[in-house]
Design a protein around this ligand. Sequence first.
Ligand code: TQI
Ligand code: CA
Ligand code: ZN
Ligand code: ZN
Length: 172
Amino acid sequence: LYAYFPGGPRWPPFRRDLKYAITATSATSIDRSTLSDVFARAFAQWAAATNLRFAETASESDADITIGFYTGSHGDGEPFDGPLGTLAHAFSPTDGRFHLDAAEAWVAGGDVSRASSPGVVDLESVAVHEIGHLLGLGHSSVPEAIMYPTIRTGTRKVELEADDVQGIQSLY
Ligand code: TQI
Ligand code: CA
Ligand code: ZN
Ligand code: ZN
């Protein structure tokens, strides 16, 4: 079953149009347009299940959600740890910060053949999971769910499971 963060924080009902900015990309070699595509597809999964709408903005000051790649300590007390281990983290509503470990062997743009190699991590799969956290979902006990707390490396899981849909629809 799905879960929420303690106290059930969520984006308030008058905030149905959320803007995201991809703000810190100098630590990754993935090109900008690929990042835009991957994150747009990941947000679209959650938009399809709710009345939330997501749009990318170039202006960080306009953004509800900020997405960036970092290595090691990066100022929030949750340092990244190099390849594998922690891949990414996102804060609960309405913080909006979503950080990715730049040290991962990220695969982006649906390169499924590379995505199934050992040690590589599918960016879109991690993005769909972290957006769930940004919107207020905790971890699910259903192994097929996007919000299940573990994923095998080299796995691609980008579509919401019934449990994820029920969780997000009970919140929004
Ligand atoms: N990052 C953890 C995660 O997002 C961070 C975390 C640990 C966390 N405990 C939490 C976040 C409790 C919110 C609430 O779950 S991770 C996966 C998965 C990670 C793991 O790097 O371990 C994905 C990030 F599910 F595949 F294991 C993305 Cl998809
Ligand atoms: Ca790591
Ligand atoms: Zn961080
Ligand atoms: Zn998680």
